[in-house]
Design a protein around this ligand. Sequence first.
Ligand code: IPE
Ligand code: IPE
Ligand code: MG
Length: 242
Amino acid sequence: MLDMNRIPASIAIIMDGNGRWAKKRFLPRVAGHNAGMLAMKEIIKTSSTLGVKYLTVYAFSTENWKRTEEEVSGIFKLLVRYVDSELEELNENNVKVRILGDYSVIPEAAKERIEKSLKTTENNTGLQFNIALNYGSRAEIVRAMNRINQDIRESKLDRDTEITEELLSRYLYTGDENDNIPDPDLIIRTSGEERLSNFLLWQSAYSEFAFTDVLWPDFTPEEYKRLIEEYQNRDRRFGGRK
Ligand code: IPE
Ligand code: IPE
Ligand code: MG
């Protein structure tokens, strides 16, 4: 049974397997992404209901640009559709949307919807739903270093500032600009792959991992709860003896 008093505050999900889901059905890959979006809707709702505070999903990586133009533009068109049909409900459910990654370079229509989502939900106080979009962890860390450098040049930081873990953390996408998202307690990856693929490398230092063979479009609230329960049975030590 799920212990409702020990629901992880911060969960991150690598939503993987959309392409394979479509392939199994002889459908185009974009159909898999569409089905994946439907699964995501349910998981957002379940997260709110369970009292998860931060849900971070990997939607598009800095490496995903290597895919065909058809697939990439299909994904961003879906994002537009998703915001147009779901933003109102997200807002009603008090969900606050945040973006991790450089979305300045995504297609204009998608960028517009992102900006609208951020603005519409900025004062919401429920679930914080973070979308990693054109996100890559190495790019994030390099960007953080460059931003520190810039703040030193612009005298926003003292010129002999010592770089500490705490300072670097604040300059990551998960830092100040997005209200300091706590490191994920639990990272889930679907579709049987067991790797991070450049997701939250810094933030996952002490995360628990849960893997499932279920392809993302088939991922259900029941499977989600099962993995959270698995997490609750882990023994987190953070380097101590306990
Ligand atoms: C994850 O599903 C979604 C994105 C990366 C955008 P994939 O598209 O990677 O699906 P598979 O791994 O090819 O099955
Ligand atoms: C990671 O999945 C990125 C997202 C889920 C958005 P990929 O399918 O792109 O990762 P690899 O290529 O299998 O490592
Ligand atoms: Mg994949």
